[in-house]
Design a protein around this ligand. Structure first.
Ligand code: ADP
Ligand code: MG
Length: 306
């Protein structure tokens, strides 16, 4: 079942087109990464899904409803701006957040204690929000979005501002929620976290879809153009080969980027004619490689026209 369907949404601010005809849909139980550089239009897209910003054109359907109101108790949303009522107590604020989702108080209190323990902030339950560090406040806001066990979780930069330990903690909780059937869409400009978590991605740049699909397919479509070679001998084959875009040579170990339709087997033959090979590995591109290549070539392409 499709949990979320976005059809051809666009949004301009004055003359500037922040989101330009973006479409995607998300199956139940999927972790979906909305990725792209700063200013790509991720937050604007998520705000349109949440009906905070009204699209100029296009449509959004959430849990089968074209109107968010009907689905709001089944959605958890972590906005990019981390505003919380600073003077409120931690427990008090969390209880308030569950009330907004029409949660029963007894169940709410049970969930609050469970999650405060999980994120290691139980001792802070009676403190005021303003007494917590930014990262701690962010963890509180994160659990505030999941207390009501939403079917769909929408997280705008959930790892922004967190240290590596807390990043891991939130990542683990996201995976655990996924195991329990929660569908998750999150935005990030940090490729490592997207790479570990996502089943599917949509990479946007300047408001437009540039790469999308299941992460495994995106990677294989992108081609396996990176080769690692461990060798012993003279590196003449690297200079002679017409298969190579560039290489990074460490003496006995070289990382090679092949041309798009190059044949790694041919490079292997060329290498074998020159050197002894102890390792020849065709490496799948990382999401970071894909990001840099896709965004970089788009941006270069455009500046050439200017
Ligand atoms: P991202 O979340 O991918 O970093 P945003 O969606 O926040 O990007 O912003 C996309 C672009 O739209 C940016 O260039 C930003 O300056 C612009 N933008 C976003 N919100 C507004 C607004 N309310 N008014 C004017 N410009 C905006
Ligand atoms: Mg953003």
């Amino acid at each position: 079942m499709k949990i979320l369907t976005v059809e051809n949404i666009s949004k301009s601010f004055g003359d500037f087109k922040a989101v330009d005809g973006v479409s995607f849909s998300i199956d139940e139980g999927t972790v979906f990464g909305l990725i792209g550089p700063n200013g790509a239009g991720k937050t604007t897209t998520l705000r349109m899904i949440m009906n905070i910003i009204i699209p100029d054109s296009g449509s959004v359907s959430l849990l089968g409803n074209s109107h968010l109101d009907k689905a709001t108790n089944q959605i958890g949303y972590l906005p990019e701006e981390r505003g919380m009522y600073k003077k409120m107590g931690v427990g008090e604020l969390l209880l308030f957040m569950t009330k907004l989702k029409s949660m029963n108080k007894k169940e709410a209190e049970k969930q609050i204690d469970y999650w405060l323990e999980r994120i290691d902030l139980m001792d802070w339950k009676k403190k005021k929000i303003e007494e917590l560090s930014k990262g701690m406040q962010q963890k509180i806001q994160f659990i505030g979005t999941i207390l009501h066990n939403p079917k769909l979780l929408i997280l705008d930069e959930p790892f922004g501002g967190l240290d590596p330990i807390n990043t891991n903690l939130i990542k683990d909780i996201m995976l655990e929620l996924k195991e329990n059937g929660t569908t998750i869409i999150f935005s990030t400009h940090i490729m490592e976290s997207a790479e570990k978590l996502c089943d599917e991605i949509l990479l946007i740049n300047k408001g437009r879809d540039i790469v999308s699909g299941r992460l495994s397919e995106v990677k294989s479509n992108f081609g396996k153009n990176n080769v690692l070679i461990e060798y012993d001998g003279n590196d003449g084959f690297l200079k002679r080969s017409d298969q190579i875009i560039k290489y990074d040579n460490y003496g006995r170990y070289v990382e090679v980027q092949l041309k798009k339709d190059a044949d790694p087997q041919k490079l292997l033959q060329e290498a074998m004619a020159d050197v002894r090979i102890s390792k020849f590995e065709i490496k799948e591109p990382s999401l970071n490689d894909i990001f840099i290549e896709a965004v970089g070539s788009e941006n270069n392409g455009e500046s050439n026209h200017e």
